[in-house]
Design a protein around this ligand. Sequence first.
Ligand SMILES: [Zn+2]
Length: 356
Amino acid sequence: MTEGQALWLLFAALYLLECLAWLPGGMWLLTGPAGGWRLRRVVRSLELRGRRLALISLLPQARLVLSRWRLIPSTEGLVARLDDAPPEVIPWAELAPLAEDALLRLSGRADIVCEDSGAARSWQSRLERWREMDQETRAADFLLHARNSLDTAAVERAAQSLARQTRTLRRMGVLLLAWCFGVISGAYRWLGEGPEVLWLAGGMVLMLWAQAATFWRVARGADSKVRHRFWKTLAIAFLPQHAMRAPDEIGSPLRAHPLAARSLLAESEWLRLCREFWKEARHSAAPGSALEARALEEFFSAQDVPLKELEPVPDRHPGAAAWCPRCMAQFQIKDALCMDCGGLELRAFDSGDRND
Ligand SMILES: [Zn+2]
């Protein structure tokens, strides 16, 4: 391997590292607008101190972090949920919320990582209020929070605003990517280590400085405060991988639920997500699920989505008499329970539950 090839590999590896982000579990990433907005769940397998690894996207994009409801009040206590882990219930008497940067301490033994320090602080004050309320008032406050986080127009506005703010940074990011891995690599291959390659590399340095100047200006006027703006600008001015991924540093102060991205997603994709969220909340005996289902039901009704559409009847296997509405497994006997889903009652095929 020549020195040039080794350098190319190093740059490629550094760039790929920049495409990864550590985000709190239970978060979703909305990226776009190039190639259409896409919503992705944070990868579940790798976890480090409450954060999970997420691949943002290979091309520089605008990105919005969305979150499912992870803190829900119940009679027994506060229900704290992280992705698929069984929810933890913290009795109200033990609840002692305290925000430390993005970390929100809930009690002596439980904590949860929020989107940022602002989110952690606002949760601290909400939880302090919940602690003093009765369950009925708490549930009403949760439903209000749920309604606010499901504002589809707000998500559309935030995504468009973010796309507008990052437009120049994204274009320059793509240009730098093409310049570094296409133009310079091609010239090196065909012309060898000559003055041409040095000129091209010099051109890239100028582009880095232009990107740094744009970033300094955009970060100052961004909707969401950019922390360590000076140091980030410095990194962009000298390190190509940081310059290419500069749009990632511009975020949004919006806190919303993934289903609120309706107008930005394909309708079929959005409905698939609705079914997933509905199934999980509706057919779960876990604490907090009933209240989550109530909030979702209210949202679907406002969005004109009949619940029947979210509970499809599967194609019947030969000999099957019933199916489990949660895991969709089919059974030959009607009067049984799905043990995989914690003893959930089955639905019979001939019970008149069919959609058609
Ligand atoms: Zn099941």
